[in-house]
Ligand binder design. Sequence first.
Ligand SMILES: *Cc1c(COP(=O)(O)O)cnc(C)c1O
Length: 355
Amino acid sequence: MPRPVSASVSLTALAHNLAEARRRAPGTRIWAVVKAHAYGHGLPAAIRGFTGADGLALLEFDNARRLRALGWRGPILMLEGPFGPDDVAMAGEIGLSLVIHDTTQIEWLRGHEGKAIDIWLKLNTGMNRLGIDPEITAATQRELALLPAVGTVSLMTHLADADRPGGAAAQLERFDRATLDLPGSRSVANSAALIDLPQAHRHWARPGIMLYGSSPFADRSAASLGLRAAMTLRSELIGTQTLKEGDTVGYGSTFTAPGPMRIGIVACGYADGYPRHAPTGTPVDVAGVRTRTLGRVSMDMLAIDLEPAPDAGVGSAVELWGEHVPVDEVAASAGTLGYELLCAVAPRVPMHVVD
Ligand SMILES: *Cc1c(COP(=O)(O)O)cnc(C)c1O
């Protein structure tokens, strides 16, 4: 018997969420963001779930090659651009579009002799992570357009606070001022902006997290946004204990039974990607009943309260997150984001594609 922990990825949910993104941004083309192995869901599932996307965006060159090997023929955008001259050569060879966010990268394009590469010139409009100074946008775009290695030169930026009302206004204004009257397609919106900020939709949007059925907003659930959880992380009870008042649970003895109670031990721990910082009370589903974790999460196991599920025993199904327990609720309890939990599912957890 394999250890009972596993993850499943629903193609129907991925396709539904992509359709939801399209519905919210009619006329806008969609780069489905599949970096970090499609936010932990795996590239094979992403390719099948996102067949309707206009392009796929990621930043790992080996994974871009894998997308081509898996049969993706459409556009691929490399979100951090080339990390060196070899990446430019690969972009020409397998047809990748490249973000250029620093003038150093332009030098690597100069020597390129293969097929012309489409460029997305990235402006730093206030996040101060990647991007050129907006002041030099026109000159840099002209410089790029003159290179024989370069095809089209589109314009993009990334928003730091699109998940807060009004949080994107200053960046949008800087972007528009710097790009006024310049040629080329535009791309600005991540998931939060796609949902909340129609003025940021432009020619191409770049949703990531919403496509996986997790909310980009701290105060709005994925379900309330019409999104469906793509990943379900599940396991089983492999043991039970009956506690007396005063008994403690797990490392550090951080949970003390207030009275007699029955608990279950789940085959899932932080080495599977479950957050170690999830405290007592983090939601979990056992045998279709919602309950809570108890005590510290260990490497391979965690403990849950069986009081609401008296019929649960060894072999009972446990959902750590997915359709019934939103990953965003688990993340909030652990002081992190759905993004981090989805990306962190460990390689030892078998992943199945369903539908
Ligand atoms: C990750 C990423 C996105 C997607 O962001 P979400 O918040 O997951 O929608 C969009 N654009 C860039 C440049 C990114 O790195």
